[in-house]
Design a protein around this ligand. Structure first.
Ligand code: SF4
Length: 370
């Protein structure tokens, strides 16, 4: 067990999804999935690049047919981010994407038929060093388990995943990670907590079919947040009925809020009220849109008045506090400048970018000095 942002993470074995480590002491990776037609190579590549641009470490692509497998091969050569091929039932698709190049297969060994077929896929994945994600889902539980348990339960999900794991165990294949997804937060949490004590493979977290942008974000934050606080989870996807780029943003915000990872500008903002000295909400929205390209970590407090402004500014890297007649800009807890109302967002953006540049130059000079 190790400390990570104050959370003691479950110790898991490490696998490699392309160049991205998952499990062990690797940072918790953020994933999303394309929703374009995979056979539409240009659209899929564009979406993968957008997802990667938002900060995804790994992107999953559905490969529902052999035509899609051929397209996947072309897509794979055009993008940098590791790709997971999502395959159901047809082992020939798995073999073809393995031939063409893939960083991880999402496939359930129990669903691809005869043992020789499973063996062929697993042997090829082993030869190529490609890991597998076993993913069970409350919505597609095996019929006999539905009958045995009457409804999807945590025990049923765990029994289902252990069956798939058993198949890989018999083939002496341990290069896999596991997910047990449900749209019910309590069910997903219970299933992940159970499996976390039974295996040491990396766990891919998700609340499946969580909902639209707002409700799905809340549901995922509750379920995944509780698991992450328990130290469970090595990689995650926030499933939203929304643009996949939003899934990545939410994933990052979740990890940032638990101090498990940092990326980009972390805005601390007050909700605003009649005391505000400037338009807090408008300023925060404008900054979020403008600072999307920044990957360096920086805490920036945007607070409407002196009630909470100086306190928040003291613990942030940069802080703006509404004041009269001018607003106060803090750097490292000290008032650095006084800003006029006009062009407030422009001025703040300039300060944020200058701070990031100055830090990068300072780091570079330390490295140059050895
Ligand atoms: S910090 Fe000031 S402006 Fe912001 S909510 Fe509190 S009292 Fe209102």
């Amino acid at each position: 067990m190790q400390h990570d942002g104050g959370i003691r993470r479950r110790r898991s074995r490490r696998i490699m999804v392309g160049k991205v480590a998952v499990g062990g002491d690797a940072p918790i990776s953020v994933q999303s999935m394309t929703n374009t037609e995979t056979t539409d190579v240009a659209a899929t590549v564009a979406q993968i690049e957008a997802i990667q641009g938002a900060g995804a470490d790994i992107v999953r692509v559905s490969v529902p047919s052999l035509d899609a497998a051929e397209a996947f091969g072309v897509i794979r050569r055009q993008v940098q981010v590791p790709l997971v091929a999502d395959i159901h039932f047809d082992y020939r698709i798995a073999l073809r994407v393995l031939e063409l190049g893939v960083d991880c297969l999402r496939i359930n060994p129990g669903n691809i038929g005869r043992v020789e077929r499973v063996r062929t896929v697993v042997e090829k994945a082993r030869d190529l060093g490609v890991p597998i994600r076993i993913g069970v889902n409350a919505g597609s539980l095996e019929k006999d388990l539905q009958l045995k348990y009457g409804e999807p339960t945590a025990e049923a999900l765990v029994e289902s995943v252990l069956r798939h794991i058993d198949i890989l165990d018999h083939l002496d294949f341990q290069n896999f990670k596991v997910s047990l997804k449900a749209s019910n937060v309590f069910l997903a949490m219970a299933a992940y907590r159970q499996i976390a004590t039974q295996i040491d493979h990396p766990l891919h977290l998700g609340i499946t079919e969580a909902g639209g942008l707002r409700s799905g974000t809340v549901k995922s934050a509750v379920g995944l947040g509780a698991l992450l606080l328990d130290g469970i989870g090595d990689t995650l996807r926030i499933s939203l009925a929304a643009d996949p780029v939003e899934e990545v943003r939410v994933g990052w915000d979740l990890l940032k809020s638990l101090r498990l990872r940092s990326r980009g500008v972390n805005l601390i903002a007050c909700p605003s009220c009649s005391r505000q000295g400037f338009d807090v909400i408008g300023t925060v929205n404008a900054l979020e849109a403008r600072l999307d390209d920044i990957t360096e970590s920086l805490d920036v407090a945007v607070i409407g008045c002196i009630v909470n402004g100086p306190g928040e500014a003291r613990v942030a890297d940069l802080g703006l506090t509404g004041g009269t007649p001018r607003h106060l800009l803090y750097r490292d807890g000290k008032v650095q400048d006084k800003l006029d109302k006009a062009d407030l967002v422009d001025q703040l953006e300039r300060h944020i970018r200058a701070t990031i540049r100055a830090r990068a130059e300072a780091e570079a000079s330390i490295i140059a000095r050895g």
